[in-house]
Design a binder for this molecule. Structure first.
Ligand SMILES: Cc1cc2nc3c(=O)[nH]c(=O)nc-3n(C[C@H](O)[C@H](O)[C@H](O)COP(=O)(O)OP(=O)(O)OC[C@H]3O[C@@H](n4cnc5c(N)ncnc54)[C@H](O)[C@@H]3O)c2cc1C
Length: 540
């Protein structure tokens, strides 16, 4: 007779927890084999909100609790005690459904560094085939790029004089023009490419899951909040999740694949008794395995947004003018181009703040618009924004549960600007911003520096200003780091140390943050994980 106290149980070979950038790609790849069945659980809803699919729609979906977890950090001592908004996608596609669409892989050195940390199989040479496999590059395939993959990658369909001037200004100070930062060399300035296909956002839900969703061996459940993992001894055998008030259990015949992202994955592990022993004890959680690194090693890119009043109209003026705003809508409807097809930023520059460096250590995101905060209404005056972030910060933060309740948000402590190098690079980045703004190409556009403001002159004053204006650029990674040391959480095949039947596959496994935006490398991780899961299953 059925036990009425036990939650209803479903079974699959693979239970994938979290349908974000990595989870959708992984579930789609694993279900290509019709003899394997996959259950994909996502706390958020379906990606039916039309703004998800219009590139510029992140202005609407970010900070909306129907599509965004709307996390906030703890007050950051180094940022004058400010708590920062930390958006994360809560919908099919996860953060790839609400992100800025910028397609950036990082530097070959990033992956060679992962390999050098002891992670066999993760050198650039090893991972390049997975970037290529994922890609459907609008410019066609070559030795660096793939065509025909699930992830549409397209050129920016918006050009503006002030953007061209920024690229020319960067050239004037020695940053070369580079139209492909995902090719042989990252250094340089140009227009971003976007994860977009035919003018629509290409999230992993759109690129990977949509073509796979009718497969009889793939079951996708939305509104399914994973509470914790279920164990038999030290083997993960499933997950417990809730749809509204109803609790369910999913059993994994082969493996549980945790893809809940850099906040969700360490949170679920800690709630399940896998994490730092003292933290688990403090919250009365029965320990399964003392793994001190779970939630540690948090890394992010901190953006310093410089805002300049512009002598000529910018997108601020276009968007704040009802008729021009209507024309923007019409251009998108008719041609899928113009400002509605825009990513979060239009132009990049990857540069070295010190000539002795081998590769760029800062990235600029340039926008022909300005707002008090990213994702908020545009200023009612003509202005542009040049944000700069350090690519490989040394500071490390952490994510730790505050409560055993799976719905309580964990404490997010990024610990920005904690090292001398990070502080020096912040100052050097702001100085470089001013150098570009002062070039012959840019001078005709610059009326006045609003942020950080001309009164900040010395290094100390610039650092102080940075503490006041800094915001996340939404790239948390590293909280379930791959490696072998005492703080590593997964091994080089992404298996959780000390636990059977469980892998983590998402941005949290990056041992060190990549030198650029983190969506493409996360999808690469999922592509590689799919091959490893299949290969390990075949070995038995
Ligand atoms: C606003 C914003 C802008 C960004 N802009 C860019 C950009 O322009 N370019 C770029 O390369 N990168 C960008 N990023 C970063 C990039 O999108 C992320 O690094 C990447 O999406 C991370 O993928 P992931 O699979 O690790 O996590 P996510 O994509 O966040 O997926 C995690 C999934 O797990 C689900 N989940 C979490 N907890 C649970 C639970 N308990 N139960 C069930 N499901 C759960 C979440 O709802 C989510 O769907 C941006 C991110 C944000 C938020």
């Amino acid at each position: 007779m059925a036990d009425a106290t036990r939650p209803p149980i479903v079974e699959a070979d693979y239970v994938v927890a979290g349908a974000g950038s990595a989870g959708c790609a992984l579930a789609a790849r694993l279900s290509e084999d019709p003899s394997t069945n996959v259950l994909l659980l996502e706390a958020g809803g379906k990606d039916s909100n039309p703004w998800i699919h219009v590139p510029v729609g992140y202005f609407k979906t970010m900070h909306d609790p129907r599509t965004d977890w709307c996390y906030r950090t703890e007050p950051e001592p180094s940022l004058n005690g400010r708590s920062l908004d930390w958006p994360r996608g809560k919908v099919l596609g996860g953060s790839s459904s609400i992100n800025g669409l910028l397609y950036v892989r990082g530097q070959p050195r990033d992956f060679d560094h992962w390999r050098q940390l002891g992670n066999a199989g993760w050198s650039f040479e090893d991972v390049l085939p997975y970037f290529i496999k994922a890609e459907d590059q609008e410019r066609g395939a070559d030795e660096w790029h793939g065509a025909g993959g699930p992830l549409g990658v397209s050129d920016m369909r918006v050009r503006r004089d002030v953007c061209d001037a920024f690229i020319a200004g960067a050239e004037e100070i020695g940053i070369p023009r580079n139209d492909d930062i995902n090719g042989a060399n990252q250094e340089g300035a140009g227009y971003f490419q976007l994860t977009m296909r035919k003018g629509f956002r290409c999230s992993t839900a759109a690129g990977y899951l949509r073509p796979a969703r009718r497969r009889p061996n793939l079951r996708i459940v939305t509104g399914a909040h994973v509470h914790r993992l279920c164990f038999e001894g030290r083997r993960a055998v499933g997950v417990r999740y809730a749809i509204g008030a109803e609790v369910h259990e999913a059993r994994a015949r082969a493996e549980v694949l945790l893809c809940a992202g850099a906040i969700g994955s360490p949170q679920i592990l800690q709630l399940s008794g896998v994490g730092p022993a003292d933290l688990l004890a403090r919250h009365g959680i029965e320990p399964v395995h003392d793994l001190p690194g779970v939630g540690g090693n948090l890394q992010d890119h901190l953006q310093l947004r410089a805002v300049y009043k512009c002598t000529r109209p910018t997108l601020n003026d276009e968007v704040n003018h009802p008729l021009r705003k209507m024309l923007i809508g019409i251009e998108y409807i008719l041609k899928r181009s113009g400002p509605m097809s825009m990513g979060a930023s239009q132009v990049y520059a990857f540069a070295r703040t010190r000539p002795e460096l081998e590769t760029p250590d800062v990235q600029f995101h340039f926008q022909p618009l300005s707002a008090d905060k990213p994702g908020e209404g545009l200023h009612r005056f003509s202005a542009f924004t040049s944000s700069v972030c350090q690519l490989r910060p040394e500071s490390r933060g952490r994510v730790r549960i505050k409560h055993p309740d799976p719905y309580a948000y964990p404490a997010i402590e990024p610990n920005y600007l904690a090292t001398a190098l990070d502080r020096e690079t912040a100052v050097a980045g702001l100085r470089m911003t001013r150098a570009i703004a002062g070039t012959r190409a840019m001078r005709p556009f610059v009326e006045e520096e609003l942020l950080p403001g001309p009164e900040a002159r010395t290094d100390e004053e610039l650092l102080e200003a940075a503490r006041g204006i800094a915001e996340t650029i939404y790239h948390p990674v590293g909280t379930c780091a791959m490696g072998q040391g005492p703080n590593a959480v997964v091994d080089e095949r992404l298996r959780v140390h000390g636990i059977g039947g469980l892998r983590v596959v998402d941005a949290s496994v990056m041992p060190a943050i990549t030198s650029g935006n983190t969506n493409a490398p996360t999808i690469m991780i999922a592509e590689k994980a799919a091959d490893m899961v299949r290969a390990d299953a075949a070995r038995g």
